[in-house]
Design a protein around this ligand. Structure first.
Ligand code: TLP
Length: 345
């Protein structure tokens, strides 16, 4: 198979930069399960401070971070309200049922954004027959909706409803960094509306591994136990945490380049007959490309692109996802548009 030269399959595919590798090489380490890895402790303190929370916990993945949050906020039999297309419902292997014995109550959203009245309607009235609504999960930016940004006003409305009904709120902020650079709203302000926030370093920020869960001290103490029983306690994890510290120091503001590249790609694709992108959904680094030709589906298109050295992923029968990232330049975008033109001409 041909080597992928322009990899738009995800922003998870990025390779550590030379500077990041140097930081990893030089990292001071210790046994983090015993709490004495200085680099992990530094990262946790740094992100807790950035998010305005008491504590933080470094974990191997965004999936583990979300699942730990669900576990610490719920009891078996509880219900978790989330948006229909969100990651915890579609891409985490049914883990809320496996790990926390809870059921999900998905509500439909528009471009991934839940309507607050729908959220309110989804909350169960106390009744012996019903599960107990316990937690609401918001995803910002929203992956499957195409990297859309949750409007802060909507977040505030959901926060008010959660408070009114005594529900916990978790933010899957795998790509909150992207929302932050695009809107100028700080990580701290976004986090202030949530009990817990999960942030990923291994998406647009370009670290090889790692996510973090922030919250108050009591919740993070519980989270540490859950991480341990899930097998996520890591020993000399400072090697990984140093890459994350480097990523936070060097790769946040450059996300704007990814966003500009995504816009450029979307505009180029929209000029091709048989392809369509909903431009209003292109708000950060994800481009959802809809195929409007009978004879090509998403799988076939991805294969054709792969033969020409371009990586994209099918997300449904007639939709392909392209995610701009640290390893994709503006020239790569030009090349991608040229290849799509060739395929569709
Ligand atoms: N998303 C991956 C795939 O799992 C789909 C990707 O390529 O986009 N929350 C959100 C919103 C995510 O997009 C992802 C990863 C996660 C959580 C999980 O992170 P990891 O992969 O670190 O478990």
């Amino acid at each position: 198979m041909r080597r992928i030269e322009v990899d738009l399959r995800s922003d998870t595919v990025t390779k550590p930069t030379p500077g990041m590798r140097r930081a990893m090489c030089e990292a001071e380490v210790g046994d983090d399960v015993l709490g004495d890895d200085p680099t992990v402790n530094k990262l946790q303190a740094m992100i807790a401070e950035m998010a305005g929370k008491e504590a933080a916990l470094f974990v191997p993945s965004g999936t583990m971070s979300n699942q730990i949050a669900i576990k610490v906020h719920t009891q078996p039999g509880d219900e978790v309200i989330c948006e229909r297309d969100c990651h915890i419902f579609n891409y985490e292997c049914g883990a809320p049922a496996l790990v926390s014995s809870v059921q999900l109550m998905p509500v439909s959203g528009y471009r991934g954004i839940m309507d607050v009245d729908e959220v309110r309607r989804a909350i169960r009235v106390p009744n012996i027959h019903h599960p107990r609504s316990r937690l609401i999960v918001v995803e910002n930016t929203h992956n499957r909706a195409g990297g859309t940004i949750y409007p802060i006003e909507e977040i505030k409305r959901i926060y008010k409803v959660a408070k009114e009904y005594g529900l916990k709120l978790h933010l899957d902020g795998a790509r909150l960094w992207n929302a932050h650079v695009e809107t100028g709203i700080s990580i701290r302000e976004y986090s202030s509306y949530f009990d817990t926030v999960s942030l990923c370093f291994s998406k647009g920020l370009g670290a090889p591994v790692g996510s973090i869960l922030v919250g108050d001290k009591e919740v993070i103490d519980m989270a540490k136990r859950v991480r341990k029983f899930l097998g996520g306690g890591m020993r000399q994890a400072g090697i990984l945490a140093s890459a994350c510290i480097y990523a936070v120091g060097h790769h946040i503001s450059r996300l704007k380049e990814d966003h500009a590249n995504a816009k450029k790609l979307a505009i180029g694709v929209n000029e091709i007959d048989g392809l369509n992108v909903d431009m209003e959904a292109v708000q950060t680094n994800i481009v959802m490309i809809d195929i409007e030709r009978e004879d090509i589906d998403a799988y076939k298109l991805c294969d054709m692109l792969l033969e020409r050295g371009i990586g994209m992923l099918p997300v449904r029968e007639k939709r392909v996802r392209a995610v701009t990232n640290l390893n994709v330049s503006e020239a790569d975008i030009d090349r991608t548009i040229d290849v799509l033109n060739e395929v569709f001409s």
